[in-house]
Design a protein around this ligand. Structure first.
Ligand SMILES: *Cc1c(COP(=O)(O)O)cnc(C)c1O
Length: 478
């Protein structure tokens, strides 16, 4: 050990002693360059990371973080630095196994795509394509034409286009139809969804003026009627995705709203949010109108997300009357909000699956997870528990409990789907340590802690992921 400084009265002496133990960048580099595991990393990166690491430790010392002097010894210091550098080299965008039971989990990437759609995505990325090239005429084509026919066929709409996401869809619809004009919305529908998307804020950005009508729980047709002026640009209906007003409530039906719109020659727009092409009530969920039904009700424009209940890639889908859709297509904003080729190829692949509803339900993971009978989920839990009990004995107890999954993504907020969770009760680790270890795996396993136990809901786990969960737990408990 070096002698402690005696002249410095402003900082604790131990700090300056530790600071003086910090090695020089060049000395570290000499050692790091001998290290096989770092051979692929350029000297420039290595130098940057070395500086970064030393600076990080310096800051810790300055902030009085307890650092055992032993870790400052050369060998130990270099070893930790190597771990830091290797960790930094790992790709940040990581695969996660979703054991939360929330099917459309926005933080975990919302909908996952079927394998056949991934093949389409690969070709879209790795090869040239007819993205904006008409193979019939050999001339420039439109990217929207690749999916427009399908959208019309599936929803019954006259025309359609796709933008970056549904927030963008709402923005461009409002900007096109109601910039500088009034938009009538029921007070009960001024929603905020996750990621601070608020209908009133979007409306401001679009240059439209919000006219709220009705009370939070009840809005009548006459409320809309009274609000209509010659400056009304459109009547807007917003799906209350993530909340529900219950009790003494009243909403105006689409039919009523559409006939009011017709009377005054004002378009009616509905932001469906999740928007689904199949009726999910047969799986015990509440009846929600499908996109086709909303289009059929006479609403002029409908917007919905690509990656919520549709089960596709992130996108904002706009379908409706040809005249209006054509105007939206010409809006310069459309260029700024346009979707990329990956989305288009993925979306086309997903939409094609909907031509056969049974196929869509079986193949599109979001739908398949909603539709899976609880017996199937129970069997999956059973398989996992048997394997875990076989290989991990004293360190952890495993059991199965009844739990509830959710659709998520702001859809059907109050509806539970019967599910099963594997319960983990570790003997020597704490539950939060176990949760963290699983989360820190190369393929992160995300469960939830409830009553001091770790729950892995297997409704959102794919069958081929059981092996990975098993492997991770073996590693943690070995
Ligand atoms: C989710 C949602 C949106 C936003 O859709 P994104 O695809 O996430 O941009 C807009 N409106 C409603 C009602 C929603 O539920």
């Amino acid at each position: 050990m070096r002698k402690m400084s005696s002249g410095d009265h402003t900082k604790p002496a131990v700090n300056s002693a530790l600071l003086r133990l910090l090695p020089k960048v060049d000395d570290c580099l000499l050692a790091l360059q001998q290290e096989k595991a770092l051979a692929e990393i350029s000297l420039k990166s290595l130098t940057r990371l070395t500086r970064l690491y030393i600076e990080q430790i310096r800051q810790e010392i300055l902030h009085g973080v307890k650092i055992p002097p032993k870790t400052m010894e050369r060998e130990s210091f270099i070893a930790t630095m190597i771990d830091f550098i290797l960790d930094e080299q790992k790709i940040r965008f990581k695969r996660v196994i979703n054991c939360t039971g929330v099917i459309i989990h926005t933080n975990l990437g919302r909908s996952i795509l079927p394998a056949q759609t991934m093949d389409a995505l690969y070709d879209a990325g790795a090869r040239y394509s007819n993205l904006e090239f008409d193979l019939e005429t050999g001339e420039r084509g439109s990217r929207y034409s690749l999916v427009e026919d399908l959208l019309c066929e599936l929803t019954g709409a006259e025309a359609g286009l796709v933008v970056n996401n549904n927030a963008a869809a709402v923005l461009i619809v409002l900007e096109t139809l109601a910039k500088g004009r009034e938009v009538v919305v029921s007070r009960g529908q001024l929603v905020e969804i996750g990621g601070s998307f608020r209908i009133p804020d979007i409306m401001k950005r679009s240059g439209a003026e919000l006219v709220e009508v009705g009370a939070t729980n009840r809005t009548h047709l006459r409320d809309y009627e009274n609000a209509v002026t010659e400056n009304t640009g459109l009547l807007l209906k917003v799906h209350c995705s993530n909340y529900r007003i219950i009790g003494f409530t009243k909403e105006v039906s689409n039919q009523e709203l559409v006939s009011l719109g017709r009377q005054h020659n004002i378009p009616v727009v509905e932001d469906l949010g999740s928007g689904c092409l199949v009726d999910l009530s047969r799986f015990g969920l509440m009846k929600e109108p499908t996109v086709q039904e909303v289009v059929g009700s006479g609403v002029d424009v409908v917007t919905f997300s690509g990656d919520k209940l549709l089960g596709g890639p992130q996108a904002g889908i706009i379908v409706g009357r040809k005249k209006i859709i054509d105007t939206i297509k010409k809006n310069p904003l459309n260029r700024a909000l346009r979707i990329d080729k990956f989305t288009l190829s993925g979306l086309e692949s997903i939409l094609r699956l909907y031509r056969d509803e049974r196929k869509a339900l079986a193949v599109i993971p979001t739908l398949a997870m909603i539709a899976a009978p609880v017996e199937v989920v129970h069997k999956r839990a059973g398989r996992l528990v048997r394997r875990l009990r076989r290989d991990i004995k004293e360190q952890c107890r495993f059991s199965i409990i009844e739990s509830t999954s959710r659709v998520g993504g702001g859809a059907m907020p109050e509806q539970n789907i019967a599910s099963r969770s594997v319960v983990l009760e570790p003997a020597r680790l704490s539950v939060s340590e176990l949760e963290r270890s699983l989360r820190k795996q190369d393929i992160a396993v995300i469960g939830r802690i409830e009553n001091d136990r770790l729950l892995l809901d297997v409704r959102t786990v794919q069958d081929d992921e059981l092996t990975l969960i098993h492997k991770s737990l073996l590693q943690i408990f070995s």
